[in-house]
Design a protein around this ligand. Structure first.
Ligand code: EPU
Length: 418
């Protein structure tokens, strides 16, 4: 296993290019299961998670090749309909093959994801939705087996709370179903719009793009897609926050500032200079950062995937900050590690109260999930002394070449074997 060593307390300065979004690329790759022919997906980040979903597709009989950041995927000869425990346990998003496999093959068997480091994370919305569309479901031996006699049929599906992968799974199931499917209280994340664009380019009939009500009229067959993965808004946000925490200034290119409305507002309220123009963002930090409060919410609210990183910034701000996590029940695993670096944070229910201090100190830390690890990197860049972050495979699941990008911003970081 590798660890990341950061010599902190150095201002960041420079320009980096933002990669394609992990959470967009995963459903786009899963959607190739819906139609034969070579699908072309541009701007696909080379990450542990994108490699995992490609490995999963290979076990189903798909072929793929990479040409730079362009991925070509062919799913003509699918010969298996099972996503094994071995793959699902390393990446919950493997559940994204359930909808498309059922739509194309009439059958799917997927290992149940179970709990994870950020909470229980059930998949009941995915299953209820598919059931409403006529699927028979059988839960046995830790697997869900879904099947349908002829074809899935349309139905009205209401999500109690908007679910990102739930919306994506039902969308992919509905495009080949008989009749009309309506998803009410659908998630509105930009990654869903990216998937809708891909499905429409394949011939799907979907109305209500960018809204919480999606209407899908099933078609008989689809053709292969050519689509570009949207820029990673969470990677973008992480580097904006890193500059805010360590100080300095940076220009982030190939990103989409309009996908980060709440973060940009909040960073400005904290006193950062954030200038967005088209597909780039400039950020710089004043002498002092002011404390702000945040509450995570579905898009366009503040993303839960940036909560941990913002907490690192608030640990060095002036005043008290209240950070409320309203999406996942157990997403404060970074708090104990930030406290090892000197941060003053108290947890009260689903809120963290952060008292800004003058300096963080480098320490040996370890994280249990991707975004918690990112918050420790952000803290380490600002901390005095050396921070050693263990188990950086978490970071490699979702940040393309993080060490290289940080070096380009002048940070002193290196990877070492543990
Ligand atoms: N929920 C249910 N039942 C379900 C599905 C969801 O109760 O069947 C609940 C969840 O427990 C949670 C809420 O609904 O409280 C929203 O969860 P959602 O389903 O939207 O999460 P997800 O689809 O599993 C995606 C991202 C996560 C991101 C969340 C929230 C992907 C592959 N994953 O997960 O990304 O945190 O949406 O925005 O898109 C990450 O990248 O680090 C990551 C965890």
């Amino acid at each position: 296993m590798d660890k990341l060593i950061i010599e902190g307390a150095r201002k960041l300065q420079g320009e980096i290019r933002i990669s394609g979004a992990k959470n967009a690329a995963l459903p786009l790759i899963a959607a190739t299961l819906l139609a034969p022919g070579w699908h072309v997906i541009h701007n696909v980040p080379d990450l542990r998670d994108t490699r995992t979903i490609l490995a999963l597709l290979e076990t189903l009989g798909a072929e793929w090749k990479r040409e730079g950041s362009t991925l070509l995927v062919k799913t003509d000869s699918l010969n298996n309909f099972e996503a094994s425990y071995e793959l699902v346990k390393t990446m919950r998003a493997s559940i994204l093959v359930l909808g498309p496999l059922l739509a194309r093959m009439g059958k799917a068997r997927v290992s149940l994801p179970g709990g994870c480091a950020i909470g229980a994370r059930p998949i009941d919305f995915h299953l209820l939705g598919l059931k409403k569309m006529g699927a028979s479901l059988d839960l046995e031996d830790g697997y869900v087996t879904a099947s349908v006699k002829k074809k899935l049929s349309g139905g009205t599906i209401y999500f109690d709370v908007p679910s990102v992968t739930g919306t994506e799974n039902i969308l992919m199931a509905a495009v080949l179903a008989k009749g009309e499917t309506v998803i009410k209280n659908a998630a509105r994340e930009p990654e869903i719009t990216n998937l809708v664009d891909m499905l429409i380019s394949m011939g799907a009939r979907i109305a209500g793009k960018d809204t919480d009500r999606l209407t899908i009229n099933g078609v008989k067959s689809l053709k292969p897609a050519e689509i570009t993965t949207i820029p990673d808004r969470i990677e973008t946000g992480t580097y904006l926050i890193a500059v805010g925490t360590a100080g300095g200034e940076a220009n982030l290119t190939h990103c989409n500032p309009s996908h980060l409305p709440s973060l940009i507002e909040k960073l400005r309220a904290a006193g950062l200079t954030v200038k967005d123009s088209g597909n780039s963002i400039y950020v710089s930090r004043p002498a002092k950062v002011q404390s702000i409060d945040i509450k995570t919410q579905p898009y366009p609210g503040f993303p839960t995937d940036l909560q941990a990183q913002l907490m690192a910034l608030m640990s060095l701000a002036t005043g008290l900050s209240v950070i409320t996590e309203a999406i996942f029940e157990n997403r404060f695993m970074h708090v104990a590690e930030l406290k090892r670096m000197g941060a003053e944070i108290k947890i009260n229910g689903n809120s963290a109260i952060v008292k800004g201090i003058a300096q963080l100190k480098g320490a040996q830390v370890m994280a249990t999930d991707l975004r918690a690890s990112a918050s420790l990197v952000v803290a380490g860049l600002a901390a005095h002394g050396v921070t050693e972050i263990s188990r950086i495979y978490h970071l490699e699941r979702g940040y393309e070449d993080m060490a290289g990008k940080l070096k380009a911003l002048g940070a002193r970081v290196r990877k070492e074997k543990e």
